[in-house]
Design a protein around this ligand. Structure first.
Ligand SMILES: Cc1cc2nc3c(=O)[nH]c(=O)nc-3n(C[C@H](O)[C@H](O)[C@H](O)COP(=O)(O)OP(=O)(O)OC[C@H]3O[C@@H](n4cnc5c(N)ncnc54)[C@H](O)[C@@H]3O)c2cc1C
Length: 484
């Protein structure tokens, strides 16, 4: 079907302002934050309510037109990359907070509401929505659900999947279904959990009920300064082994620290090999006791300095550095490729050593800035897409980092999803049988495979090709690294 013919069909039930069909305007939607891959869609539609989403899905199902849902397009794995013969279904216009139920500590919101806007909407009630991706100023709750997003505070308060009680979904044939509810548990298969992290392949999220938590009485953040990344990493394991669950523990290495300081002047020591930001929250009494304990542990691990933010202003400043780290890296390199492997915490220093070794071998700089408490690594591989072969080199190196994560018992994504980016990693992490099961689940929702096709679950043929070219399951990318 041509663009204009399809556009005409949509005009029967969508306002003209909800259809984008001009080539220059479609360019805006050609990629998400994985900008190395670009593909303009056939058309973009922006429904304003659930009924319009349903009609959109029914039409696409009938005409066999692929549908890629899109929130804010901040995804880092190419999940919202359009299909050349498909539409992008943007949820941007469905951005209202529908209901705040303070007594039950829940809120019902539309999918296009920004993550941070939820906490802002309930702040006057001393409540907040806990999962806080660093992109929270822009990313949407619908995108968070599709990616099972994490953030600084997920170490203590859980990921998106732990903070959602119900979803309304429109399936590919236009049916509206409700998953979960106000109660803590529902009988039957847990389709709510299945939907969270399904990367827009099972349905379109059209309404989300989120849990709200009381704002802690107090929160303090401690900056630990280290002359070695390994010492910083080991102290993270010790903090948690001591029975303390900080609200967040984030780590940055020297390259990330310097880039961030240049950008936001957060007060980080430029010559440190690594810093840790450890936030403790709760009652005043508990926080005071935990601050002492954490300081002792950091010192035992050789911290050259520990600094407790003096007040709210300094606490916000310390966090502003961490939250601006990705854009800060964008200022020192033409391009960067953000990885997202998760490993058991105890292997942090070994894997960081492995990454450094790969960086030397490939001749590409790496900045590490990550959710250390969750063992969720974000090595940012710096490259220049203008240099022939550099993107390919960065991708090869990224794949090897993820394979190393699997080797130590980890996984190829902690929060950014698989998208198009980590299809190769899926071939390494899952067997043919396991991937066939994923396809079967998908087809039970969308038999024609029209929802976000070509993402997240590689076909058997693709994996056969990948495994012929790459390191095989169980084989170390760098054979001289210790096997864990
Ligand atoms: C600077 C920066 C920092 C980041 N930090 C973090 C972080 O700390 N933690 C983290 O988890 N992520 C982080 N991310 C990644 C990204 O912000 C998250 O993955 C976020 O959840 C994506 O939300 P979005 O609204 O932008 O979704 P999009 O990028 O638009 O879409 C992401 C995926 O969700 C699907 N989707 C979107 N909306 C819907 C819907 N309503 N129904 C069904 N499917 C849908 C899309 O098809 C796509 O597959 C970061 C990104 C950037 C650029």
């Amino acid at each position: 079907m041509t663009r204009h013919a399809l556009s005409r069909r949509f005009r029967k039930f969508l306002p003209r302002t909800s259809i984008i069909d001009q080539p220059e305007s479609l360019r805006v939607y050609e990629c998400d934050a994985l900008s190395a891959y670009r593909q303009p869609p056939l058309l973009v539609v922006l429904p304003e309510d659930i009924a319009q989403v349903q009609k959109t899905m029914r039409l696409c199902n009938e005409l066999r037109v692929p549908v890629v849902s899109r929130g804010a397009g901040t995804g880092l794995s190419g999940g919202a990359l359009p299909h050349a013969k498909g539409i992008v279904l943007s949820l941007a216009k469905m951005n209202a907070v529908l209901e705040i139920d303070a007594a039950n500590r829940i809120a019902r919101v539309q999918p296009g509401v920004r993550n941070l806007a939820i906490s802002q909407a309930v702040a006057h009630l001393n409540l907040f929505y806990a999962p806080d991706p660093s992109s929270q100023i822009a990313c949407t709750i619908g995108g968070n659900v599709a990616e099972n997003a994490g953030g600084v505070h997920c170490l203590k308060y859980g990921l998106t999947v732990h903070n959602i009680t119900a979803l309304k979904i429109v399936t590919m044939d236009g049916t509206l279904i409700t998953l979960g509810g106000a109660a803590l548990d529902c009988p039957g298969f847990d389709l709510l959990a299945l939907m969270i992290g399904s990367e827009g392949m099972l349905g379109v999220v059209v309404e989300v009920t989120v849990k709200l938590l009381p704002l802690p009485e107090t929160a303090r953040v401690m900056l630990g300064v280290f002359d070695s990344a390994a010492k910083a990493a080991d102290s993270v394991t010790s903090i948690i082994a001591a029975g303390i669950i900080p609200a967040g523990v984030e780590m940055m290495d020297n390259l990330a620290i310097r880039a961030t300081e240049e950008f936001v002047h957060a007060g980080y020591p430029r010559d440190a090999a690594a810093i840790l930001l450890c936030e403790l929250d709760g009652s005043e009494e508990d926080v005071v006791a935990q601050v002492k304990q954490v300081r002792r542990i950091l010192e035992q691990h050789g911290a050259v300095e520990t600094r407790l933010a003096r007040d709210e202003k300094e606490r916000a400043l310390f966090w502003s550095g961490r939250k601006s780290a990705f854009p800060a890296i964008g200022r020192i390199s033409k391009d960067y490729y953000c990885m997202d492997g998760t490993i058991p915490r105890k292997h942090l220093s070994r894997v960081l050593t492995g990454i450094q070794r790969m960086s030397d071998e490939y001749g590409l700089r790496v900045a590490n800035v990550f959710h250390a408490g969750d063992g969720n690594l974000h090595p940012l591989i710096l490259y220049d897409a203008g240099e022939p072969g550099e993107l390919h080199k960065a991708e090869k190196m990224g794949e090897q980092i993820l394979e190393l994560c699997i080797q130590v018992g980890g996984t190829i994504t902690g929060e950014h999803g698989v998208g198009i980016e980590k299809m190769g990693g899926m071939c390494v992490q899952f067997s043919d049988r396991e991937r066939a099961q994923f396809h079967a689940v998908r087809e039970s929702f969308d038999p024609q495979r029209l929802l976000n096709p070509g993402k997240a679950i590689p076909t058997l043929a693709r994996c056969a090709e990948h495994n012929a070219m790459h390191v095989h399951r169980g084989e170390l990318p760098f054979p001289d690294l210790p096997r864990f």
